[in-house]
Design a protein around this ligand. Structure first.
Ligand code: ZN
Length: 291
């Protein structure tokens, strides 16, 4: 009984300690759908975590050791496209000298300058029949299940590269208007590609999905560890299988025009902790971890 009381007292008192550990945030102002990098340079802390409330959801994210820098912990925080444009607060907790500490860091989400685009697609692809609807729902659930799995191990060591040597034809984040209705936003980057061009793994990882899907067509999803996934859509040919390990720059597939699109191209998406983020902004951040 006394033990329990002392334990409760200890846990309560630990809440009162304020921390002097410095946490660096990549920016105090972030555009919606971009990612933040938080860094702690301290060798004596453990169990570092953070939480953040965004869009009716609580994100709980672990800090990981930066394998490229000594005594550095880092966390990547995805800011959803639909996050409100205001001040938000990240709560960080960690253990130092057997005491648990809490620390708050605030940042502001600002509205990205994303344009609108009118997309013309066949009517049969806009209003789905029962069979296609069932198929898309199943494919959606399957993808969400993949993105939810967060392995603590980092699977990449080299820098992140572009998935194709080509030009961007449609940037990330454009508001999509189908038949005068805003349906969604562009969840990735489109690269110019004719059918049959080499598609490269942006970095090392494990292939988690190889499949022909209704919207995305021929799809490959790679797990890079620690909640980071890269996705390659509208492919015409696969060179990898599920659960296969790939290296940075491996040719994983050929580009194509499969799925709900009007012409061949590569659609490249990145998911971080289940959230869709601007791929190239995240790649820039990821590549700074090695520098
Ligand atoms: Zn696209």
């Amino acid at each position: 009984m006394i033990y329990k009381y002392l334990l409760a007292l200890f846990l309560f008192s630990s809440l009162l300690y304020s921390s002097n550990v410095k946490v660096d945030i990549s920016s105090k102002y972030i555009v919606n759908a971009q990612s933040l990098l938080l860094v702690i340079n301290d060798k004596n802390i453990s169990n570092a975590k953070l939480s953040l409330n965004v869009v009716k959801r609580k994100l709980n994210i672990n800090f990981y050791k930066n394998p490229f820098k000594k005594n550095q912990l880092y966390a990547l925080v995805p800011i959803s496209y639909y996050t409100s444009y205001k001040k938000h607060k990240i709560i960080i907790s960690y253990i130092k000298n057997n005491k648990k500490y809490f620390k708050g860091i605030s940042f502001n989400v600002i509205k990205g300058k994303y344009k609108s685009e009118i997309i013309k697609v066949a009517k049969s692809k806009v209003s789905l029949n029962a069979k296609d609807k069932k198929r898309t729902q199943k494919e959606y659930r399957e993808a969400v299940k993949i993105y939810k799995k967060i392995s603590s191990k980092i699977l990449w060591t080299k820098e992140f590269i572009q998935p194709i040597i080509s030009k961007v034809t449609s940037p990330f984040g454009i508001k999509r208007v189908y038949n005068k209705q805003i349906k969604s936003y562009h969840s990735g980057v489109d690269y110019r590609a004719s059918v049959g061009e080499n598609i490269y793994a942006t970095n090392a990882g494990i292939v988690k999905l190889v499949k022909n899907r209704f919207y995305a067509g021929g799809s490959v999803i790679i797990d890079h560890g620690q909640g980071l996934y890269s996705c390659y859509f509208h492919l015409s040919k696969f060179y990898v299988k599920k659960d296969q390990k790939v290296k940075q720059g491996d040719v994983i597939a050929l580009s194509g025009s499969s799925g709900r699109i009007t012409g061949p191209h590569l659609h490249f998406t990145i998911k971080l902790h289940g959230v869709t983020v601007d791929p190239n902004q995240l790649i820039d951040i990821l590549n700074t971890l090695r520098k």
